[in-house]
Design a protein around this ligand. Structure first.
Ligand code: C5P
Length: 435
């Protein structure tokens, strides 16, 4: 299975790595992993256990048996030692100093690298540290290296410490940061340095919002580049033709996750819907289509190469569900039409349950999409405002139990998804749309 993508953000202390990494993760819907917090958690445990010398059996035992647990979420990283959430305790400069001393050790680094690799398997993530792009994830698709003048970094660190009630002085923080920089840069194991393919961002005079935007824009550039050129060229052609012929207009594309499995749930009016939806996204997406459409060999070959997967019936049957699950588990985006077929009258149709089952079992985000006017487009006409496509925020899908108990909830989940699609119509339009 493909490993979910990682954005690696490295750099010395005080460059704004943590706040930027967290915000980038939030905007992209990625998990946030703070490797420094893991080094600090080991430092804190050593302090609390009163181990003075790490070259002892006591330290080896502690490292092996350390009950450290990390909770990752979108823009969130919390660390537990045993049953205690120690996230706040990790800020202490004393803990940072011990962490930096322990970070020169290969046994400590190996342990933390393994944790990070394990955590990164859960989904796309932004990982922050010193050696993420060089050692932990050397194949990360996007690497950022942040720097800033030491005085500026110390000033920021001082403000941050004061916000958390820790009193110290600027010269003292400059000294501490300088010491840590030297140790990080000069150590033998995974020293702090910029990977040759990392983008350098100097944050000395850069505002926070600009830092975040630079990284998010670099990520979108990377995602667009993952499309095959023929796919991207067709997307451009479809968009351009649709704009000229039908005044094709799109909103809310930023709601669609750029990585990982995702279901795009769209209402269905016309054969134009799949190419139109596919044409506006920065990543390639997958479609399911009736096997009958694959009868003509040339067209069949083209459809397959454009990620159209044949299914045996119009509706979503068992084999179709299995195929769809497979695509989502591999981290793909899949366009589904919950109504199962084109609805040739105004308004939306009733949802089928297949989409609910997929959403509940695959546990991937479901993004609602509403397309309007494409039916007229298919018939060569341009009515009213043309064709509108709107993507909405992720639908909150309740967790359901396996088996029959869970199945009881499928009609409700299907209704939730259809309702989210209906909600994308503006007030005047929704008067005409009844779910
Ligand atoms: O980033 P933060 O200041 O929380 O990291 C604490 C210490 O952990 C750093 O001073 C550094 O020595 C060490 N560290 C490291 N490699 C990482 C992350 C942190 O050596 N990837």
């Amino acid at each position: 299975m493909r490993r979910p993508p990682v954005i690696a953000i490295d750099g010395p202390a005080g460059t704004g790595k943590t706040t930027s990494a967290r915000e980038v993760a939030r905007r992209l819907g990625f998990a946030y992993l703070d490797s420094g917090a893991l080094y600090r958690a080991i430092g804190l445990s050593v302090l609390r256990a009163g181990i003075g010398d790490p070259d002892t059996l006591a330290f080896a035992k502690l490292l092996n048996e350390l009950p450290i647990r990390a909770e990752t979420g979108i823009g969130v990283f919390r660390v537990w030692v045993g049953e205690t959430d120690v996230t706040e305790d990790l800020r202490d400069p004393q803990v940072a100093a011990i962490a930096s001393k322990l970070a020169v050790r290969s046994d400590v680094r190996r342990r933390i690298d393994a944790w990070l690799r394990e955590l990164s398997r859960l989904g796309p993530s932004v990982v922050e540290g010193r050696d993420i792009g060089t050692t932990v994830f050397p194949d990360a698709p996007l690497k950022i290296f942040m720097t800033a003048d030491i005085e500026e970094r110390a000033r920021r660190r001082l403000l941050d410490l004061r916000r958390h009630g820790i009193e110290t002085s600027l010269p003292e923080v400059v000294r501490q940061i300088g010491e840590r920089d030297t140790r990080d840069e000069e150590r033998k194991e995974a020293p702090l340095r910029r990977a040759s393919d990392a983008i350098l961002i100097d944050t000395t005079r850069l505002e926070f919002e600009a830092q975040v935007r630079l990284i998010v824009a670099a990520w979108y550039r990377h995602v667009r580049k993952t499309r095959r050129w023929c796919y991207a060229a067709e997307q451009w052609s479809i968009r351009s033709v649709a704009r000229v012929l039908w005044g094709f207009h799109v909103e809310g594309v930023e709601n669609v996750p750029t990585a990982g499995g995702v279901i795009l749930a769209c209402n269905h009016k016309s054969y134009l819907d799949p190419p139109l939806v596919g044409s506006v996204l920065p990543r390639e997406i997958y479609f399911l289509a009736k096997r009958e459409l694959f009868r003509i060999p040339v067209i069949s070959g083209w459809m397959r190469s454009r990620n159209v997967v044949p299914i045996d019936r119009g509706g979503v049957d068992r084999t179709a569900l299995a195929k769809a699950m497979g695509l989502l588990a591999q981290g793909n985006a899949l366009l589904l039409f919950p109504e199962g077929t084109r609805i040739r009258r105004p308004g939306l149709g009733a949802p089928r349950e297949g989409i609910a089952m997929l959403a509940a079992r695959a546990r991937v985000p479901v993004i609602p999409a509403l397309i309007q006017g494409s039916w007229h487009g298919e018939r060569g006409r341009r009515l009213g405002g043309g064709i509108h496509l709107r993507f909405g925020p992720r639908v909150a899908i309740p967790e359901v139990a396996e088996g029959r108990q869970g199945r009881i909830l499928f009609p409700e989940i299907a209704r939730l998804i259809m309702e989210a699609i209906g909600d994308l119509a503006n007030a005047e339009e929704s008067a005409r749309i009844s779910v």
